[in-house]
Design a protein around this ligand. Structure first.
Ligand code: SF4
Length: 644
C-alpha cells in the first residue's frame, strides 16, 4: 500500500514538524515500506518566494484597482519589484545555509531592498550605542546577514498577507477558520471560494505530490488550527484528482478541538479522523483498508455513516486495543524531507529566542505525556498530557545516534510537555558514557530537582537551552493553578541553568482567574528582577484562556469564574468564553507587559520602574526590590533527590 504523509501549511520553516517523521519511521518498521512523506509548507514558501512566485504576486497586486490604499509592505514591493525579484532567490539560498559568501554583500546594506521590517534596525541603531555592532560585533557577519535576510523575508511575507491573502503567515494559515469554531460553516464557505494565489500554489504542489506518489492513503497531520484550512484545501484537491485515494486527518488539533465532532460535511474531505497518538489508529486503519479488519474494529477513529440527510458522525473505538508504548514507537525517519532546504531565520536580537526559528533540530520526545499532569489550566484530561509513558534513557540515546547518522545533524529539540529531571539525568549520563557529541534543548518544569550539579551535568552532555513555565509569577496564583513551583524556586533553578551556561526561556501568563491589576504589576516586577539577575534570557507572555479539557474548564466555579453560554458545537471546541468578576483590564495590561518584555529581551529598560511600560497610571509594584537577589543568596534545598 502506498502511503503519503503530509504536514499542511503552515507551522515552521527551519525544521520539519516531527509527526510525519515519527509515523514514517513507525510504519516502515512495521513493514509498510512504501510510506513516504513531504512538507508542502516548505514547498509553498519556496515557490512563493522564487522569481516566478514573486512575479505572480506582482501580477495579483498590479491587477488591483485601489493601489492608494495599499499597505506599506505592498507599496515597497511594487516600487522595488525588479531588485526584489532578482535578489530574493539568493537571500533564500543564504538562509538555507547554501551560500555563506553572500553574507558580506547582505551586511553592506546595499544588496537587499529594505522594507518596513527594517524599521527595527533603525530603532535598534537609535537606542543602543554601537548599533548592530553591539549585537553582532565586528566579526559576526553571518549572523548579522541572517538577521537582515530574515527581515527581508518578513517583508515579503507581509506583502503576501497584505496584498494577496490576509490569512497567510509564516507559522499559520487561515487559523481563525478552525480555532474553536463551533460551526463548520466559515471553513466550508472559504473552501467553496476559488481561493487566492497561495491556494493556487498549494494546489499545484498537492497535484504534483499525488501525481508523483499515486498514494492509496494520504495521512495529514494538523498540529495546530493554523494547519487546518490548508489540510482541507489539499484534501479537496486530492478527492478531485484521485477519488480512490483514502484520506485521514489526525494531530494535535483533532486531539484537542475535534473530540465532539458531529459535522458530516467534514467527511466530504476526509474519510477518517483519528484522535490522540496516531500509531495504533493508523495501523488499524491500514488493516481495515487491506481487508483484514472490519470497520467496527477501528481505534479512536471518526467515520461518517450514511450519506445525505441521514448522515451522522460516529467515533469507533474497538475494545481491547491499546496504544503502542512509547518505547516501541520507533525512531523518527526523515527520509524524503529536503533537510537542506529549510530556512534558518533570525528575527530578534536575542540569543535564546532565535533557537526556535534558527537551525535544524531533530525532534524527539523522552516521554509521552507529562509526569506532573496537575496544572489546572492545562489539558490534563487529554491523552497527550495525562498518559505518562517514558522511554528508557539508553533507548533515547540509541535514537539520537540513529538520527545523527540519518540526518547528519547533531542538534536535538526535545518536544516533551515537560522533560522529567530523573530521565534527563539518566540520558545525560548515557550520552557522556558513550562520548556522544550532541547539542540539545527542551522544555522542563523549574523544579528543585534541577540542582546546580544537575544543571552542569546536563550542560556537559550538550544541553544549551531550556524553557519552562513561570506562568503568572505570583505564589498565590501558582498555588491556585497547582503549578508546583514558587517564584523563588524558579529563580534558583533558572540561575543554576544560567550559571551552567544554559540559556533559559520562561513561559509567562497573564489574565488568570481572580488575578488583580496589582498582582499583574508585581508579576512584571519579579520578571524584571529575574532578567536583571541573569536568571532568564527570554520569555513570552500568553494571555490565559480556559480550555474545555482543563480542570478550570471542567469546574470553573472553583476558580471564581463563570463559563458563558456557548453556541451548539458540531465542529471544533477548545477555548471557552468566560467571565471573571474580578474585572481586571487584562487587555490594557497585556500591551504594557509585552512592551516591557520586548525591551528586557534586548537588555533594555531593566533599571526602569515597571510602571513606565503602561500608557496610563498603574499601581506601584509591592514586591521587595531585592526579592530575587535574596532568593539567590539563600542556599538551595539540600534535598537533591530527583523527584519525578
Ligand atoms: S502545564 Fe506543563 S507541567 Fe503543567 S501539567 Fe501541563 S504539561 Fe505538565
Amino acid at each position: 500500500m502506498r502511503i503519503l504523509l503530509l504536514t499542511p501549511p503552515m507551522t515552521q520553516l527551519n525544521t520539519p514538524y516531527p509527526a510525519t517523521a515519527y509515523l514514517t519511521g513507525f510504519l516502515r518498521a512495521r513493514g509498510y515500506a512504501e510510506t513516504v512523506q513531504a512538507d508542502p509548507a516548505l514547498e509553498l514558501v519556496l515557490k512563493l518566494f522564487s522569481a516566478d512566485g514573486l512575479a505572480r504576486v506582482h501580477s495579483v497586486l498590479s491587477a488591483k484597482k485601489s493601489k492608494a490604499s495599499f499597505a506599506p509592505s505592498c507599496r515597497h514591493f511594487l516600487a522595488e519589484f525588479e531588485s526584489i525579484k532578482r535578489v530574493a532567490p539568493a537571500a533564500v539560498r543564504f538562509l538555507q545555509g547554501k551560500d555563506p559568501a553572500l553574507a558580506l554583500r547582505i551586511v553592506s546594506r546595499e544588496f537587499l531592498p529594505e522594507g518596513p521590517h527594517f524599521a527595527a534596525v533603525s530603532q535598534w541603531e537609535g537606542s543602543v550605542e554601537g548599533g548592530l555592532d553591539a549585537a553582532f560585533g565586528a566579526l559576526g557577519i553571518q549572523d548579522r546577514a541572517k538577521f537582515l535576510a530574515s527581515l527581508f523575508l518578513d517583508d515579503l511575507a507581509d506583502v503576501v498577507r497584505d496584498g494577496v491573502d490576509p490569512r497567510f503567515e509564516f507559522s499559520r494559515y487561515g487559523e481563525k477558520l478552525a480555532a474553536s469554531q463551533a460551526s463548520f460553516d466559515p471553513l466550508a464557505r472559504a473552501l467553496e471560494d476559488e481561493g487566492t494565489l497561495v491556494d493556487e500554489i498549494l494546489e499545484e504542489i498537492t497535484s504534483a505530490l499525488v501525481e508523483r506518489h499515486r498514494p492509496d492513503l494520504v495521512g495529514m497531520t494538523a498540529p495546530f488550527p493554523g494547519n487546518v484550512y490548508a489540510a482541507f484545501r489539499m484534501a479537496k484537491l486530492i478527492r478531485e484528482r484521485s477519488p480512490e485515494t483514502r484520506i485521514v486527518l489526525g494531530g494535535g488539533y483533532a486531539n484537542t478541538e475535534l473530540r465532539e465532532l458531529r459535522e458530516p460535511r467534514v467527511f466530504d474531505f476526509f474519510d477518517f479522523i483519528t484522535l490522540d497518538d496516531g500509531e495504533r489508529p493508523f495501523l488499524c486503519l491500514l488493516e481495515h483498508l487491506n481487508g483484514t479488519r472490519s470497520r467496527e474494529e477501528l481505534f479512536r477513529t471518526f467515520v461518517r455513516d450514511e450519506e445525505g440527510k441521514s448522515a451522522r458522525v460516529r467515533l469507533i473505538s474497538a475494545p481491547g486495543l491499546h496504544d503502542i508504548p512509547h518505547r516501541e514507537a520507533g525512531t523518527p525517519c526523515y527520509d524524503g524531507l529536503p533537510l537542506g532546504d529549510y530556512l534558518s531565520l533570525l528575527e530578534m536580537l536575542n540569543p535564546m529566542h532565535r533557537i526556535w526559528s534558527d537551525g535544524r533540530w531533530n525532534k524527539l520526545t523522552l516521554a509521552h505525556g507529562c509526569y506532573w499532569k496537575k496544572c489546572n489550566f492545562c489539558d490534563v484530561t487529554l491523552d497527550y498530557i495525562g498518559r505518562y509513558d517514558a522511554a528508557p534513557a539508553a533507548r533515547i540515546v540509541d535514537q539520537m545516534e540513529a538520527l545523527v547518522r540519518e540526518t547528519g545533524q547533531s542538534g536535538f529539540h526535545f518536544v516533551d510537555e515537560a522533560a522529567p529531571p530523573a530521565l534527563l539525568k539518566a540520558m545525560a549520563d548515557e550520552i557522556l558514557k558513550r562520548g556522544l557529541v550532541v547539542t540539545w534543548w527542551g522544555n522542563v518544569r523549574f523544579e528543585r530537582a534541577f540542582t546546580p550539579e544537575l544543571a552542569r551535568k546536563l550542560a556537559a552532555s550538550g544541553c544549551v537551552a531550556v524553557s519552562g513555565g513561570l506562568e503568572v509569577a505570583s505564589d498565590r496564583l501558582l498555588e491556585l493553578m497547582n503549578k508546583g513551583v514558587t517564584v523563588e524556586q524558579v529563580a534558583r533553578v533558572t540561575r543554576a541553568f544560567t550559571d551552567a551556561g544554559v540559556l533559559v526561556h520562561a513561559y509567562l501568563m497573564y489574565g488568570f482567574p481572580t488575578q488583580t491589576e496589582q498582582e499583574t504589576i508585581d508579576a512584571l516586577e519579579r520578571v524584571r528582577q529575574l532578567f536583571a539577575e541573569g536568571c532568564i534570557q527570554s520569555a513570552y507572555w500568553h494571555r490565559f484562556s480556559v480550555t474545555a479539557h482543563s480542570p478550570i474548564g471542567r469546574d470553573p466555579a472553583r476558580f471564581g469564574i463563570e463559563i458563558l453560554p456557548e453556541p451548539q458545537v458540531t465542529f471544533a471546541r477548545n477555548d471557552l468564553p468566560f467571565h471573571d468578576p474580578t474585572g481586571t483590564d487584562h487587555e490594557f495590561l497585556g500591551v504594557g507587559l509585552k512592551k516591557a518584555l520586548y525591551n528586557y529581551m534586548h537588555g533594555m529598560g531593566l533599571d526602569e520602574d515597571v510602571r513606565v511600560w503602561f500608557g496610563s497610571p498603574v499601581p506601584k509594584a509591592k514586591v521587595p526590590s531585592a526579592l530575587i537577589r535574596r532568593a539567590l543568596s539563600t542556599a538551595p534545598s539540600a534535598k537533591s533527590a530527583l523527584e519525578s
